[in-house]
Ligand binder design. Sequence first.
Ligand code: PGA
Length: 246
Amino acid sequence: MRKSLVVGNWKMNGSLASNKALVKSLIATVGVDSAVDVSICVPAIYIAQVSSLLTNQAISYGAQDVSIHEEGAYTGEISVGMLSDLGCSHVIVGHSERRQYHNENSELVARKALVAQQAGLTPIICVGETQEQRQSGNTLTVIQEQVAAITSLLSEQDLKAAVIAYEPVWAIGTGLTATPEQAQEVHQFIREQLGSAGGSTRVLYGGSVKADTAVALFLQPDIDGALVGGAALDATEFSAIISAAG
Ligand code: PGA
């Protein structure tokens, strides 16, 4: 039985004051016995702040990217050890914005997932096709290539503990959401690609998820929760998405 997971991806948003208000509102709605695992992935500079706000709370927290290097002369980078040091449980790797704006390829993404797991962090590994790739009928080929990079590097045990997020690039921040059937088709395919680990790995959907679209998505058998961007910045909306997953 896979427990539902809802993750907020704050992207490059927030301030000390707005973070505090948002986290306090979330704490008020997410009880310690929540039927849903909830995590927020915040800008690295605010990890220490959310760490102190979330002491003894059910909501876990993490980062949006990580270096493959352990330490040393990598200006601007942040290591898995540093994330662990601040109590992070999760880290997003391979978000399409990293793939697009920072030229991250599937092999690098898989290496990030591996170093994260070696440090005891849960990687949330993002995969997804562009609009052009979907329109040309290449969705499953693209997903297969992205997932193959992960399965070639991670052990079965690591794959079971990892989280995959299917985020069609055309649905991110656009207000367009994959239909539940479109998402289910890809989620099922991802699970098949994971082989014997597939039944255990949590596979989240991401891309303009809102409370009103979440319900039908979460009814699909292979959708275990959501990676939420814009709506994660609104406590009421994010809480409603969490409720829908419960
Ligand atoms: P969105 O972002 O919910 O704003 O579309 C999702 C994501 O990029 O993780």
